[in-house]
Design a protein around this ligand. Structure first.
Ligand code: PMP
Length: 450
């Protein structure tokens, strides 16, 4: 097949390549990307699009960063592969950098993806309690609407319709609690303090289950894949206190929100005083240039492993986890994020440009616009009064209208069948001001047409 032959590639794609989902281009033929530059990519037919969802919210620094490609090439030539059963400089330096960024002493275990980073966290949490003399603490609590990955453990923590309908039963010991979703508060429409009630519900569930059986609570600081749900900073503070009270570990899934997406280096940093026991990362860790997952474990937790002598007491090997080239890429990525002040840039431009998207709130089909930094969710409804979720047709239409105008946006929220009604906008963090204005203008134009 000629690499430039769009028709042949499309045919072969249909015949041989199994895709995960193709929501971003619903209703049209698969989009085959050929090249990228900054926040933009070009497809096989020469059409240019702004990637308004950063790939799968990972391409934080955009396409074509030569420095990152060079860091990978240099590392591959110097030491092409080495396992972390032994050690190498890029992984050592990266683990030290992660600890610095997290603002406390952490020990990091590397893997290849966000799912794996969470699997690693679950095993560490169980073994921690085991070694701490509490072998009965094995359950995990996550929230409905959460997405934590595709492997069986991470999928069991994921509480979305697709998991339940297609792959149940999940692993034993995974429990789910209602999210702090004020727009459709799970505790009743008139509940004023939905976040607080949602946090207290976690306390209740822990007591009903028996704190002596619960290992950890896992959550994203802001639910991303389940419809962009942004609780108040106090919610996480309250959850952290509840976990502490019951000797339950708090695992922060920073796979999406880490490395600047929400206007802080990590999402949990919006909640002053919260210092998670375990932080999981992937995506933005390398801006998507190479695969890498990381599970950072607070030294107070790692102490229990250290007492046993060596790291080997954690029985978890990953052949490619912490690949030298991936670590070199992550280091370069973080260097650029710091040098270009990406985090404060997101905070400032999120407010000054993207926040115009909030004006869409007056549109008849917009229930609520929720945001943090460069992470936007527009909850679409058929009717503002009844809050009936927007139809599939309406969602597909607006996505198609944006695509027609050169902007790729996404949708999610599918915790219950029929609820897939949140438009996702999450452009690369390095997008120029012009790029961001294009995003806003294009979405506004699409809304005018529906
Ligand atoms: N956690 C969150 C919050 C995610 O959004 C994702 C991926 N979308 C994952 C974990 C899993 O990451 P990966 O696809 O790299 O396994």
């Amino acid at each position: 097949v000629e690499l430039n032959d769009s028709k042949k590639l499309t045919d072969q794609d249909q015949e041989h390549l199994w895709h995960a989902m193709s929501r971003h281009t619903e209703g049209s033929s698969p989009m085959i990307a050929k090249s990228g530059e900054g926040s933009w990519f070009t497809d096989m037919d020469g059409n240019r699009y702004l990637d308004g969802v950063s790939g799968l919210w990972c391409l934080n620094l955009g396409h074509g960063r030569k420095e990152i490609a060079e860091a990978a090439a240099e590392q591959m030539m110097q030491l092409s592969y080495f396992p972390l059963t032994l050690s190498h400089a890029p992984a050592i330096k990266l683990s030290a950098k992660i600890s610095e960024l997290l603002g406390d002493s952490y020990k990091t275990f590397f893997s290849n993806s966000g799912s794996e980073a969470n699997e690693t966290a679950f095993k560490i949490a169980r073994q921690y309690h085991n070694q701490n003399g509490n072998p009965g603490k094995y359950k995990f609590i996550s929230r409905y609407r959460a997405y934590h990955g595709s492997t069986l453990g991470a999928l069991s923590a994921t509480a979305q319709a697709n998991r339940r309908v297609k792959y149940d039963p999940g692993m034993p010991g995974f429990l789910h609690v209602p999210p702090p979703y004020s727009y459709r508060c799970p505790f009743g429409e008139d509940v004023k303090d939905c976040d607080k009630v949602a946090a207290d519900m976690i306390d209740q569930v822990i007591q009903w289950e028996g704190a002596e059986t619960v290992a950890a609570v896992i959550m994203e600081p802001f639910i991303s894949g389940g419809g962009v749900i942004i609780p108040s900073p106090e919610y996480l503070q309250r959850v952290a206190q509840i976990c502490k009270k019951h000797d339950i570990l708090l695992i922060m899934d920073e796979v999406v929100s880490g490395f600047g997406r929400t206007g802080k280096m990590f999402g949990f940093m919006h909640s002053e005083g919260v210092q998670p026991d375990i932080v999981t990362m992937a995506k933005g860790l390398t801006s998507g240039y190479l695969p890498l997952g990381a599970t950072a474990v607070h030294s107070r937790i790692y102490e229990k492993f250290k007492e046993q002598g060596t790291d080997n007491h954690f029985r978890h090997v990953s052949t490619y986890g912490g690949h030298p080239a991936s670590c070199a890429v992550a280091l370069k990525n973080i260097e650029i994020i710091e040098r270009e002040n990406i985090v404060s840039r997101v905070e400032v431009l999120g407010e000054s440009i993207l926040s115009s998207l909030k004006d869409l709130q007056t549109h008849k089909n917009v229930g609520e616009v929720r945001s943090a930094g460069f992470l936007y969710g527009i909850e679409m409804v058929e009717d503002k009064e009844t809050k009936q979720p927007a139809s599939d047709q309406l969602m597909a239409k607006i996505i198609a209208l944006c695509k027609e105008k050169g902007l790729i946006i996404g949708r999610n929220g599918d915790t219950v069948p029929g609820f897939n009604n949140v438009l996702i906008i999450a452009p690369p963090l390095s997008s120029t001001e012009e790029d961001l204005k294009f995003v806003v203008k294009t979405v506004q134009r699409a809304f005018k047409e529906i």
